[in-house]
Write a protein that binds this ligand. Structure first.
Ligand SMILES: *Cc1c(COP(=O)(O)O)cnc(C)c1O
Length: 365
């Protein structure tokens, strides 16, 4: 069993994806070819954001937004310590200082009620992470940002396709940044990502930063990067889009089934909470367990792959320890000790899921 089954997905979409790739090889416009614009237009229609700027990866998306905001050395960006390293990494790379605010223990997303106390005269932006595919409390976060004149950058690398009230992830704040890393809910066959914004000037700034700060050919008006997403990868995303809504429906059905089966077979197992006003796309199906290492070993012996997202909060990573706050982000520390992700993808079969649940029940015993 694969942790994320990309082979079955390709088998289902083979003709579509192959034809899309062949078209690129035939026209030969490998950089900023027609599929780039076509994908951006399709994702604009999907999210409802006014602009989509495709970029080289989800990591690059975060960096380009921060550069488009003209982040200055020492500027502070409030974020969660319970995330993939790229979130804080790009803040530091852009010259900023990550300010870690703890998570809600039941959703594992940044606790919006703790943000205001972390704002200082140097704060420029808030970067909530839509962890596991569930958006944080964006209305509350946007209200705080408006009051203090801050930008909000949603790290939506795991949440493309998720919804919050009536709107889609990536279209909830100043910027939404997603990733098309192969294992994300919408993945390509390499690295890729996208920035979404409805601010015309910021969209233009992102486009310039994406191509070496060029406002026109060989006129470099600002500092930029080589951050484009290539045409072939956009073609792969387009090849996957036709089935994407089905995949989300299937993920939601699988998660309802996980919940039902786990509650019956492993009573007392703590599951992730999803708030009533949002849908999670479950980039990872993560549960909370004790004695995780032993459990993972038993599951591995039973043929069940598992993963940990993430084993250490960033303020306990050597590279970011100097940004630790006096308060210890205790919920993040405990979540890092207890989270474990189970096999999850739209092509997981009901029989495979039964096998996972039975093995987990036996392993917890
Ligand atoms: C995957 C991920 C990223 C980085 O995306 P890449 O496309 O791999 O660069 C950033 N933040 C989070 C939360 C992620 O899960």
């Amino acid at each position: 069993m694969d942790f994320i089954d990309l082979k079955s997905q390709y088998a289902a979409l083979r003709e579509n994806i192959n034809a899309r790739i062949q078209q690129v090889l035939d026209h030969g416009q490998y950089i900023l070819g027609p599929e780039v614009k076509e994908m951006e237009a399709a994702l604009i229609a999907y999210t409802g954001a006014r602009h989509c700027i495709s970029v080289a990866s989800g990591t690059e998306a975060l960096l380009i937004c921060l550069m488009a905001l003209d982040l200055q050395p020492g500027d502070e960006v409030i974020t969660s310590p319970f995330t993939f390293a790229a979130t804080a990494e790009m803040i530091v790379l852009a010259g900023g200082v990550p300010v870690f605010v703890d998570i809600e223990p039941d959703t594992a997303n940044i606790d919006a009620t703790l943000i205001e106390a972390a704002i200082t005269a140097r704060t420029r932006a808030i970067m909530p992470v839509s962890l596991y595919g569930q958006v944080a409390d964006m209305d509350a976060i946007n209200a705080i940002a408006d009051k203090h004149g801050l930008a909000v950058i949603e790290d939506a690398a795991q949440s493309f396709g998720a919804s919050y009230k009536t709107r889609k992830s990536c279209n909830l704040s100043t910027f939404g940044c997603t990733s098309f890393f192969p294992s994300k809910p919408l993945g390509c066959y390499g690295d890729g990502g996208a920035i979404f914004t409805s601010d015309d000037a910021l969209a233009q700034a992102c486009r310039e930063v994406r191509t070496h700060g060029q406002s026109q050919r060989y006129l470099h008006t600002r500092l930029g990067v080589g951050g484009r997403m290539d045409t072939l990868q956009c073609a792969v995303v387009l090849g996957k889009l036709d089935r994407f809504e089905w995949e989300i429906e299937r993920r939601l059905a699988l998660v309802e089934a996980y919940k039902r089966k786990l509650q019956a077979a492993v009573p007392g197992l703590q599951l992730l909470t999803v708030r009533d006003d949002r849908d999670c796309v479950w980039a990872q199906y993560t549960v909370f367990v004790d004695d995780r290492e032993a459990l993972q070993a038993r599951l591995k012996a039973a043929g069940i792959p598992t993963a940990v997202h993430y084993p250490r909060p960033l303020h306990h990573q050597p590279a970011y320890a100097k940004y630790a706050q006096p308060h210890d982000c205790g919920h993040s520390i405990r979540a890092a000790q207890r989270v474990m992700s189970l096999p999850m993808s739209a092509d997981l079969t009901d029989a495979q899921q039964d096998h996972v649940v039975a093995a987990l029940a036996a392993a917890i015993g």
